[in-house]
Design a protein. Structure first.
Length: 178
């Protein structure tokens, strides 16, 4: 895995940060609800989300825990396979996949363990404009997806992109070619 192990290290660090901050949020914020960090901008607020992004499906009367866990597991497997098959030289693509993998696994761990996801980052502007509460895993997924989109746009249709996709599909990993 010469050259590729750093991407797994990125995933492991982000996953550990996500899980540790969620443990901290549960221990420190659950009893008090929230802590104002930067007035009119950021507070740490304990929240549980049994749905998906932005609390979609959170109010469904059905227990969707295992359905969402199954979808997350499938997504994590697909991202991990793509990460392994992507050439080591494709730095931005590998970083995006590493972030996506960490985020998916972080929220999956909560969903399996708790049946819901712990959120605690609460950005707001003077209580008039509020962003949905989120966590490190959510941020990793958003950043990873954004980097992936930029990579697709940047490389869209070029010969390099076509080679990268065909290399990934054929299983060429770039391992040992550093």
């Amino acid at each position: 895995m010469k050259g590729k192990h750093w991407y797994l290290v990125i995933s492991a660090i982000v996953l550990a940060a996500d899980q540790l901050t969620k443990l901290w949020a549960t221990a420190s914020l659950k009893p008090v609800g929230s802590i104002e960090v930067i007035p009119n901008l950021l507070r740490f607020s304990y929240a549980l989300n049994r749905g998906v992004a932005f609390s979609l499906l959170a109010d469904t009367p059905f227990d969707i825990r295992w359905i969402l866990a199954g979808v997350s597991t499938a997504a994590a497997i697909m991202v991990a396979v793509y990460l392994v098959r992507t050439p080591a030289q494709s730095i931005s693509l590998n970083v995006s996949l590493a972030l996506l993998l960490a985020g998916i696994l972080g929220n999956l761990a909560d969903r399996v363990r708790l049946g819901e996801v712990v959120d605690f980052l609460d950005f707001h502007w003077a209580e008039q404009f509020t962003w949905p509460t989120f966590n490190i895993a959510d941020a990793a997924i958003c950043i990873g997806a954004g980097l992936l989109a930029l990579e697709i746009v940047r490389e869209g249709g070029s010969e390099t992109s076509d080679h990268r996709v065909s290399s990934a599909a054929s299983g060429e990993t770039g391992i040992g070619s550093d």
